[in-house]
Design a protein around this ligand. Sequence first.
Ligand SMILES: Cc1cc2nc3c(=O)[nH]c(=O)nc-3n(C[C@H](O)[C@H](O)[C@H](O)COP(=O)(O)O)c2cc1C
Length: 400
Amino acid sequence: MKKIVLGVSASISAYKAVEIVRLLKKKGVWVKVLMTKDATRFVSPLTFEVVSEEKVIVDQFEDANNREVEHIKLAREADLFLIAPASLDLIGKLSTGIADSFLSLFFFAFEKKVLIAPAMNSSMFKHPVNQRNIESLKEIGVEFLEPDSGSLACGEEGIGRLPEPEFIVERVIFETEEKFFSGKKIIVTGGPTREKLDDFRFISNPSSGKTGYYLAKKARDFGGEVLFISGKTCFNSLWGVNYVEIESAEEMKREVKKGISNADILIMSAAVADFKPSEYRRGKIKKDEVSSSMEIKLERTPDILKEISGDKKKGQIFVGFSAQDNKKVEEAERKLKEKKLDLIVLNNIMEKRGGFESEENRVILIFNDGEVRKTDFILKEELAEIILRAIYEKWIKGIK
Ligand SMILES: Cc1cc2nc3c(=O)[nH]c(=O)nc-3n(C[C@H](O)[C@H](O)[C@H](O)COP(=O)(O)O)c2cc1C
């Protein structure tokens, strides 16, 4: 279980730290909250205690008999120290060696990664003294999250807002994951493709793109250098990965081919449309051109995996997905061999609870050594982790 210590100082955005705790707890992280005395004027320690299910520490002299030991013990146990929000005052204290609260004392006892998210009015943030203090902390390895820009609590506009809790939590998870894909180049495809009939109509499928998105995100968290080639989805960015948005199967094929010679791992989770209209008309086909019915001739789109499997290099790992309307393991095994895959992930798109658009999926993993693993219904984010860990354990762990 990951262990995070969260320091909360006296900024108006301290209430957002409650959501940070809630999201971290949801991810199974143990969280211990330390507050400055002034922070308790903004949010009550009781709120953090209820959400974190742990006692909050404010006063370093309360229960002083074992407190001296407690900050050292906590410092040895925790994986990361996140300070969010960090006030100008606290940043100043940490940069000059002032340890006048349990929180600042803990900073000096902690030897692992410290991540600081400052939050304050933009004039305060940009003040040369604050900037100098931030720089001096960066010089000793402390990492900072750049504040967001926008409307501030004081009514002004500018830089200084605490980033959204979801973003902060994503970064904390990134910082605390094992980097077992470090040095590995990983291509992930995701989302649906759109095969155009004209500039306003297309053939596609209901893929939400979640599986590909989570695979790219977790591959990044595990230290991989990720190229994410995705069709249009509700996600439009993912920090720390090279994100390329495409429309058609042809475009996806072009991008995969561009990157494949350098890649160590290719995971093709995109729901590529199998057919496209044989003819594409620029502009819009007018309604009046069609009296009552119209025939659309379709042709096959490229089978990307099949086309590149001939060039597969020794040591490359290819993973394919097979969306079927029944669970035909034999059919998936045939595809595994034909496309020189190392792993094929078979999912039944007819399942009501899983498949397209859903948050969950239930799949069968079929490996090239004959091993078959079945999952229950799990979140697509968990599924991404299972697939990536399986790749690491089967083909990378032994070699490293
Ligand atoms: C309403 C109000 C809002 C404040 N918001 C911030 C803030 O967002 N960022 C900041 O650095 N200081 C802010 N301050 C000033 C700090 O609360 C003050 O410097 C405090 O002593 C810092 O204490 P700490 O660093 O020990 O937590 C605010 C003060 C008030 C009264």
